[in-house]
Design a protein around this ligand. Structure first.
Ligand code: SAH
Length: 363
């Protein structure tokens, strides 16, 4: 028998579920409070009688995701979760405790259809879009990791305050292309803002450049942050590593991106993985590429995030030397471009981009 996912029920449906069990209505409110903290099972619900918890366990499940595996980085700052959905698809999410807050990287799809040549998430293709609740449940898993049942004072609900030990930032940068599931991603963000008090400006969507999706974000009008996975400074090279480049040119993507950031007066983030070919020759990390990138972002409100490539065994690339990476960064900086090298978090736990899901699927 498939279990009822209580998180998916409305308030009145939950009340009916509880009263159908022969229990008083107020139990629904208690359960709902536990759900909003991310309770992973019923045994943690200390204010519910043990018999009822056992009964619930037989017929119901709390969240629409189950934690299958939890990996902790050696420095303790990063926790990665492998989660299973009700149709047994698997997704990942990552909690990063940083100096600016508690940030969660969520997946928007099971698998990915984009086919980027350097990425592990797309290796098994796209399985399906995630629902609003399946995306939202990922931040509740992280919230439970941060706080568990250590809620002593009001408010009962998390309120997006890192100092309080809550999830404070969200990046939609896990598996999947968020702008191929735009409506559910928007629904998720609205909910994270409303239910968990996470401010628009602490939320970032990363896209490989699905132009109609960026237009939809413009129409939606919330001042979130946008990140573009550019990874190449000209269309010819981009087509070699990212199939989406056959659909939208860099010019079209950047035009949409600047319209978005101008509207909200936000800084655009450009993601740029530095890649070498299998023989170690620089691919998109040459000085010439850096100079072309400068022309794309010159005089724009923008930050370039240079990303050392995380090795994916199935993928035929190499990571350039530290020297090559710094030379690339220097060219950007000399031209007045704000460029940072992304700190790798949780590298020791396969935290990059679908790696855990793939390694489990290969077993
Ligand atoms: N589809 C969206 C969001 C998911 S990918 C997008 O393309 O932006 C999130 C980021 O991780 C992207 O910038 C992606 O290019 C990058 N990425 C993918 N595989 C990687 C790898 N092996 N090493 C480093 N970054 C990677």
């Amino acid at each position: 028998m498939t279990k009822t996912i209580l998180f998916d029920l409305t308030e009145s449906e939950l009340e009916k579920f509880v009263t159908d069990m022969g229990q008083p209505r107020f139990r629904a409110k208690q359960i709902s409070e536990w759900l909003s903290r991310g309770a992973p099972n019923f045994s943690v619900m200390k204010n519910i009688p043990e018999k009822m918890r056992d009964d619930l366990d037989k017929i119901a499940q709390t969240l629409p995701v189950r934690v299958i595996k939890k990996l902790q980085s050696s420095d303790g700052a990063t926790t990665k979760f492998l989660l299973e959905l009700n149709d047994n698809e698997r997704i990942e999410c990552v909690l990063m405790r940083t100096s600016y807050g508690n940030s969660v990287c969520v997946s928007s799809q099971a698998g990915c259809a984009m086919g980027c040549k350097f990425c592990a998430s797309t290796l098994l293709g796209l399985k399906r879009n995630l629902t609003v609740n399946e995306i939202f449940a990922q931040i509740l898993v992280a919230q439970w990791e941060l706080r568990g049942d250590r809620f002593t004072d009001k408010p009962i609900r998390p309120n997006g305050d890192a100092n309080n030990g809550d999830v404070s930032h969200i990046v939609v940068m896990g598996t999947g292309e968020p702008l191929q599931n735009t409506d559910n991603v928007i629904g998720f963000i609205e909910r994270a803002n409303h239910d968990m008090g996470i401010g628009w400006r602490r939320i970032t969507i990363s896209t490989c450049g699905v132009v109609p999706g960026i237009d939809k974000l413009i129409e939606w009008g919330r001042p979130i942050n946008l990140a573009i996975s550019l990874h190449a400074p000209n269309d010819e090279l981009r087509k070699k590593i990212m199939p989406i480049a056959n659909k939208y040119s860099i010019h079209e993507i950047m035009d949409a991106a600047w319209r978005f950031t101008d509207l909200h007066n936000r800084q655009l983030m450009i993601e740029y993985i530095l890649l070498g070919d299998i023989d170690g020759n620089l691919l998109n990390a040459t000085c010439e590429c850096a100079e072309q990138l400068v022309e794309i972002v010159r005089n724009k409100n923008c930050m370039v995030n240079l990303i050392p490539w995380n090795t994916v065994a199935e993928r035929q690339f190499t990571s350039p030397s530290g020297n090559a990476i710094h030379r690339f960064q220097d060219i950007l900086i000399k031209n007045g471009i704000h460029a940072r090298i992304r700190r790798e978090r949780g590298n020791d736990i396969g935290s990059a981009c679908g790696q855990l899901r793939i390694s489990e699927a290969n077993k």
